[in-house]
Design a protein around this ligand. Structure first.
Ligand SMILES: *Cc1c(COP(=O)(O)O)cnc(C)c1O
Length: 386
């Protein structure tokens, strides 16, 4: 088999129609056809984020750029920011905030758990924080944080909420308007199902107001959302505009992909992700393997799985040899003890079963004790409710 199934937490398997948009002739960024495409893509971002009242932004760059755009635009030197720390990407947020000169406090639940909401409320009620950041799904641990509750607490105490949804938007439930999330951000290559290269954000009216109330200018031009605002407004109004050249083909691919997401319907899509994650985890449990994320904090988009006793990182290339690409560990403290499987985007029953079967054969290949078929059977039972 030459084509391996890509089951890492981004980039993911892409729909051929999305890839076809990349191969089309690159047109002018102010061509009426592209203005229509970009305008529609921005409207679709509102749909996917369930944020009709928010201001969408699509900027060339990765998820990390989306994090920087949010942080640089909304946080000023000396601002106190509470970072809910559930893994590597929360730590990345903390470190980029520190580079701005923010006064960062890490709120660190035990490994594998989400934050204790009572403690979090006490911290936010102190009145000292300007913003709270939370990683919806931390890709290094597979931990899903209770974004709805965190956003509600932030709103109640006048604190801006910044949600890193890079590994969640398009796979996990996110209702930005209804939940009062101030900033939600993601990147193209994860559950949005578009090749890497686009940062996607939506800011609430409250967040835009906070931006306008800044004391100092954003020190970076590219990272100043205020520079991008008239551009996004122009495209949505179907008018030409230029600040920095948009990634024409990627935006076209994003438009196709977001159209597919909305056609499936966000609720249906979120339910499908939950069902596939359940089936996958049933298979993993049947193999006697355990997850980094605790029950109740397990995401629908990615699973982080401890190696069984006697098995090491050689399992990852062994799974690849069996036709499926999965990812190694990422969180420094346990890096050599686990691997990660993304199950988002197009993932359906076939991909789940193919992946579990490859894990079974790879376990056998590295000499682990494994009863072939148990993971597949357990997933099949979940998929058929038997
Ligand atoms: C992947 C990821 C990022 C970083 O995105 P890049 O596109 O690699 O820069 C940030 N946060 C989370 C939760 C992620 O999963």
């Amino acid at each position: 088999m030459t084509e391996r199934l890509l089951m890492i937490p981004g980039p993911i398997e892409m729909d051929p129609a999305v890839l076809a948009a990349l191969a089309r002739k690159t047109i002018s960024h102010v061509d009426p056809g592209f203005i229509e495409t970009f305008g529609r893509a921005l409207e679709r971002v509102r749909g996917v984020f369930l944020a009709p009242s928010a201001q969408p932004f699509v900027v060339a760059g990765t998820g990390t750029l989306a994090m920087e755009l949010a942080a640089q635009s909304l946080v000023e030197p000396g601002d106190a920011v509470l970072v809910v720390d559930t893994g590597v990407f929360s730590e990345r947020m903390a470190s980029l905030l520190e580079r701005i000169g923010a006064n960062v406090t890490r709120f660190s639940p035990p490994l594998g758990s989400g934050p204790d909401l009572g403690e979090l409320e006490r911290a936010l009620a102190s009145g000292m924080f300007r913003a709270v950041t939370v990683t919806h799904v931390d890709t290094s641990t597979g931990v899903r944080a209770p974004v709805r509750e965190v956003a509600a607490l932030a709103r109640a105490h006048g604190v801006i909420s910044i949600v890193d949804g890079v590994c969640s938007v398009g796979g996990e439930e996110l209702r930005q308007d209804a939940w009062g999330v101030d900033v939600a951000l993601t990147a193209s290559q994860k559950a949005l199902g578009t090749p890497p290269g686009l940062a996607v954000l939506a800011l609430s009216a409250n967040a835009m107001e906070r931006y306008r109330a800044r004391k100092q200018r954003v020190p970076s031009l590219y990272l100043d959302l205020g520079e991008w605002l008239p551009i996004m407004q122009a495209y949505e109004a179907r008018k030409p505009a230029y600040f920095a050249t948009p990634a024409v083909n990627l935006v076209s691919a994003l438009d196709v992909s977001l159209g597919q997401l909305l056609l499936e319907g966000m609720d249906v899509r979120v339910a499908r992700h939950a069902r596939m994650a359940d089936a996958f985890r049933a298979g993993i449990a049947a193999l006697g393997l355990s997850l980094v994320a605790q029950q109740g904090a397990q995401s629908s988009t990615i699973s982080a799985i401890y190696f069984p006793a006697g098995v090491d990182g050689s399992l990852v290339p062994a799974i690849r040899e069996e036709g499926v690409v999965v990812a190694g560990g990422l969180l420094a403290a346990i890096k050599a003890q686990y691997f990660r499987v993304g199950h988002m985007g197009l993932t359906g029953a076939s991909e789940i079963l193919t992946t579990l079967a490859a894990i079974e054969r790879a376990l056998a290949r590295v000499g682990a004790k494994v009863e072939l078929g148990v993971a597949v059977a357990a997933a099949q039972r979940t998929l058929t409710n038997r």
